[in-house]
Ligand binder design. Structure first.
Ligand SMILES: C[S@@+](CC[C@H](N)C(=O)[O-])C[C@H]1O[C@@H](n2cnc3c(N)ncnc32)[C@H](O)[C@@H]1O
Length: 242
């Protein structure tokens, strides 16, 4: 049976937007619970790969409540977090205001569509997206846009759920996404379907290997796949040639 929040067609974006509007206030807590807190270390890995240099400009797409964007700003990048959900952005802005150190950083959030970025080409030294590409109507379009706004030499980094190559591990992991994650969603957010969406969207997303292929098609250099937890999570990395 298909998921109420997953739509393969023209209503995809509206349904995804509705989903994040509903869960925005519980998003951070449930992220910690469903990943046993591990998402924090995976995001730190993303920020380490971003290797922020003085004066760097960073863009974090599908920024949600803003943790990757905030970490890039803490490292000294002039950072923009972009998301299409007003509710997720409201949480991001509140978090920034509540954090004395973050308030003084060059960090701002804007509402926009990751598939149609409101920036000219060659604008950023770092372009990241965490758990975002999988949610786009056309993930390839998101990567095209990341490439377009990246400056020569920029680092493009994608973090998302992956598909483990090992069939047994994949079955165990998909069972976790099918059973435990919606249960956590139901218990802590009153919404099982919003969390059952993760598995549904992952089934329709070709994950780390296809993202790496697309990065090569875009002629990025140093293209790498960093598998985490045996490929259950993955970071794709590439650099725009100078
Ligand atoms: C799973 S959350 C990820 C949030 C954050 N990056 C993280 O790692 O925790 C996905 C985010 O993508 C946003 N999103 C989905 N489709 C989008 C689009 N077309 N343009 C911009 N944001 C989008 C959602 O609103 C949501 O905040």
């Amino acid at each position: 049976m298909s998921n109420v929040f997953y739509d393969a067609g023209e209503h995809r974006a509206a349904k995804v937007n509705d989903l994040f509007a509903r869960i925005a206030r519980h998003y951070d807590l449930i992220n910690d619970l469903q990943s046993f807190g591990l998402h924090r270390s995976w995001k730190r890995r993303v920020v380490k790969l971003a290797a922020v240099k003085a004066g760097a400009r960073a863009l974090d797409l599908c920024c949600g409540t803003g943790d990757i964007a905030a970490a890039l700003a803490q490292d000294g990048a002039e950072t923009t977090g972009l998301d299409f959900s007003a509710e997720m952005l409201a949480v991001a802005a509140e978090r920034q205001q509540a954090d004395a150190k973050l308030k003084t950083k060059k960090l701002h959030f804007i509402q926009g569509d990751a598939q149609q970025l409101p920036f000219p080409e060659n604008s950023f030294d770092i372009v990241t997206v965490g758990y975002g590409l999988r949610n786009l109507t056309r993930w390839e379009r998101g990567l095209d846009e990341m490439h377009r706004v990246a400056r020569p030499g920029a680092r493009l980094i994608v973090l998302d759920f992956g598909k483990p190559a090992n069939a047994l591990w994949r079955a165990v992991y998909f069972t976790h996404l099918k059973m435990s994650v919606p249960l956590i969603g139901l218990l802590f957010c009153g919404n099982a379907s919003a969390y059952a969406y993760i598995l549904e969207s992952l089934k329709h997303y070709p994950a780390q290997l296809a993202v790496a292929d697309k990065m090569r098609q875009l002629q990025l250099t140093n293209v790498r796949v960093i598998n985490l937890l045996g490929g259950a999570m993955a970071i794709n990395y590439g650099e725009k040639p100078v």
